[in-house]
Write a protein that binds this ligand. Structure first.
Ligand code: ZN
Length: 250
């Protein structure tokens, strides 16, 4: 085992034993050198490795050092994209999994969305009603992202966010603005039906409406020549979207 790996493992052990929380600082470089009896270079290599894994942020300067951080969705998505980069992913697979997960997310949303969540979703749906084409396509995925983020099951949440992000960044449609408008109108109607089921706190209805919505979206995506474009998504792509959409960090 490399010497730097010994340090990263030990720091992770500190985190697991609960002594360290996000936002807390790690001991500074000199302190770490002393604690582990290792060179400055080895300590730096270890800190850099933790940074790449998304577990710490590093700052230089007098108030610098390593601070623990929760691994962001952007980082997690990047790692997953690295994993999938040499594998054959296609839209059939994406929709097969969405068809399984989204109805469950909708059923959970019917009971777990707060009144404020419902008002926000309604306001957003209303705001996007007049938009056309691509803008509304992005708004459609934002709606699904919001449902995922409200999901009390963190595993389900992550998987839905990953699928939404793949659709947002890696799936392209060979469609003109007329077709995109048509799809936007269908999506809008489906989202209104979902909101009505959420309002009624009817989990069964929400599940059924979402299942029908997924079937419909999939057939539209196929009709419009949807294709998965393999590329590596960079972390800065996320920052741009968050800025543009003014969404909370995911
Ligand atoms: Zn939708």
């Amino acid at each position: 085992m490399k010497r730097a790996d010994l340090i990263t493992d030990e720091i992770k052990r500190w985190m697991v034993t609960g002594d360290l929380r996000p936002g807390q600082r790690l001991p500074n470089e000199a302190e770490l050198q002393r604690l582990f009896g290792m060179s400055k270079g080895t300590v730096r290599e270890a800190l850099k490795a933790l940074e790449v894994q998304g577990l710490v942020t590093l700052k230089t300067g007098p108030n610098g050092g390593a601070r623990l951080t929760e691994v962001t969705f952007a980082r997690t998505f990047q790692l997953l994209q690295n994993h999938f980069f040499f594998q054959a992913v296609d839209i059939d697979q994406i929709y097969a999994v969405r068809r399984m997960l989204e109805p469950e997310v909708a059923a959970l949303a019917a009971t777990s969305l707060s009144e404020q969540d419902l008002r926000d979703l309604e306001a957003e749906l209303h705001d996007h009603a007049a938009e056309a084409g691509e803008v509304r396509g992005a708004a459609d995925l934002d709606f699904h992202d919001r449902l995922a983020m409200a999901c009390p099951n963190v595993l389900l949440r992550l998987q839905c966010q990953v699928l939404n992000e793949m659709l947002r960044r890696l799936v392209t449609l060979a469609a003109g603005s007329v077709e995109l408008d048509e799809v936007g109108t269908l999506n809008h109607a489906a989202h209104e039906a979902l909101l009505a089921a959420f309002r009624a706190r009817d989990a069964e209805r929400a599940r059924a409406v979402m299942a029908a919505h997924m079937d419909e979206v999939f057939s539209q995506v196929r009709r419009l020549g949807g294709a998965y474009r393999q590329r590596l998504v960079l972390e800065r792509d996320f920052e741009m979207r968050l800025r543009l959409a003014n969404l909370p960090p995911v």
